[in-house]
Design a protein around this ligand. Structure first.
Ligand code: HEM
Length: 430
């Protein structure tokens, strides 16, 4: 196992020699537990290339502009839901993250709080997070009978059949809905539909339906938790750093005014908000160890003999803690992304999205979803420490959820609406 702790080494190996460092290691739980159709943990093979082509065509920088209307609609729903039940903010963040992705990828609109597709992915991710832990993975290899643990036992999540059916539901349900819409002629553009239409006719990909299914499900799985986690980190930062919050709100009020919510068109006039966005990605990267790469062939680098099949981890956390590049790295300081004239620097914290051929394929989409959600939350709410009935501040103890992604567990926080908004994003109350 090789851990890369500095940006120049990561660049040398994962970017410049990406032909050799874009593989993934074999995960023994992947096949028995039914995760084998995904793109995220797939080896660097032809099927991965086909998955990547589908995902990249749908989510490249210019293509994601077509999803801005979805992001506007979903972020407005988020604001209205936060205003009505502010303490359920984690639930609202999850719904927002699922809604933007499901709409863009499958043209599925999440309308209620118990959407079956959201429930499927949440159940599957919970199983996946447990099974992927090295200690559990090893247990299954040593004691294969664990795969048959009855689901009603405390260790029932080891049950292979129940996990396989959870994966199948997550893979198939959105497609069945899409097929029905195609049949009834009520279908709108989406990553899945566009890929099926394009690749069914070009013949560039064999087994198109299976590839599109696997690629789209991977987008949903990879994008759901990362988007939610980033919003949780953002909320925590705004709570702990009220001066940064206030400065961004003043900037928004000055540029956007108080008659409407921010739009994408406002982005270039809101440099401090952009700095907050970048600092959120840096301050607590939500995929702190990335997704491990693997070497295809043996390699020699700075005197180190790297064997074929080595596990190569880009330590994103260490890059975010580089105190030469980011002085006092544990502090949330958006100003570090502004130069002396108040202009944004060139540092867009790309390392948070991984490297080389495996770089996050959903990053352009993620940036848009998150930027708009953050802009609108700051425009619409004051985020403050929560007080008890006697007016005393409730103690703020932050605990972290650790899995492939990392995020703070819900913490006491008061979101006070500055205004209420109608269905068109116009304030109804100031
Ligand atoms: C703040 C949000 C996000 C962060 C921080 C993030 C971060 C990452 C990281 C670190 C990787 C591993 C890259 C590597 O192996 O070097 C990754 C992979 C991936 N991400 Fe994201 N991601 C985010 C949002 C999204 C979204 C919204 C989507 C889909 C719409 C997505 C889809 C994927 C996929 C499919 C992969 C696997 C790529 C492959 O193995 O070829 N991600 N992401």
């Amino acid at each position: 196992m090789i851990i890369l702790n500095s940006e120049d080494v990561v660049q040398d190996l994962l970017e410049k020699r990406s032909h050799n460092y874009s593989d993934r290691i074999h995960l023994p739980i992947r096949e028995p537990y039914g995760f084998s159709q995904d793109m995220i943990f797939r080896k660097h093979d032809d099927t991965w290339r086909a998955h990547r082509r589908v995902a990249q065509q749908g989510l490249r920088a210019d293509a994601v502009k077509t999803f801005q209307s979805i992001q506007r609609r979903c972020s407005l729903d988020l604001i209205r839901e936060l205003a009505s039940t502010p303490h359920a903010y984690l639930h609202h963040f999850e719904k927002f993250s699922a809604s933007v992705i499901l709409s863009a990828v499958y043209d599925h609109e999440v309308t209620d709080d118990h959407d079956p597709m959201v429930e499927n992915v949440t159940t599957m991710m919970a199983l996946f997070s447990k099974l992927l832990l090295p200690q559990n993975s090893v247990l299954v290899q040593w004691f294969p009978f664990l795969k048959y643990t009855p689901t009603w036992l405390p260790w029932g999540w080891f049950n292979m059949e129940s996990c396989r059916s959870s994966v199948q539901r997550t893979l198939n349900m959105p497609f069945e809905e899409l097929e029905q819409k195609i049949t009834s002629g009520e279908v709108s553009s989406s990553v899945a539909l566009d890929a099926m239409e394009r690749f069914r006719t070009t013949g560039k990909i064999s087994d198109v339906d299976e590839v599109v299914k696997g690629a789209c499900c991977s987008l949903f799985v990879a994008g759901f938790e990362t988007t939610t986690s980033t919003l949780m980190v953002f909320l925590l930062a705004m709570l702990l750093y009220p001066n940064a919050q206030k400065r961004a709100q003043d900037e928004i009020d000055a540029v956007v005014g108080v008659d409407r919510l921010p739009y994408f068109e406002d982005k270039s006039a809101l440099p401090f908000l952009e700095a907050i966005f970048r600092e959120t990605l840096r301050w607590y990267p939500v995929v702190p160890l990335g997704i491990p790469h693997a070497s295809t062939n043996g390699d020699l680098y700075r005197g180190y003999d790297i064997p074929a099949g080595a596990l190569v981890i880009a330590n994103i956390w260490a890059l975010s803690r580089d105190s030469e590049k980011y002085p006092s790295p544990s502090e949330f300081r958006p100003e570090r992304f502004l130069d002396a004239n108040g202009n944004l620097t060139n540092d867009t914290v790309d390392f948070a999205f991984g490297f080389g051929r495996r770089v996050c394929v959903g990053r352009h989409f993620a940036v848009n979803s998150l930027w708009l959600a953050m802009a609108r939350i700051l425009a619409a709410f004051n985020i403050q420490r929560q007080r008890d009935e006697s007016g005393k501040l409730i103690e703020l103890k932050v605990e972290w959820v650790d899995g492939v992604t990392s995020m703070p567990k819900p913490f006491p926080c008061e979101l006070t609406p500055k205004r209420q908004y109608d269905a068109g994003g116009r304030p109804t109350l100031t």
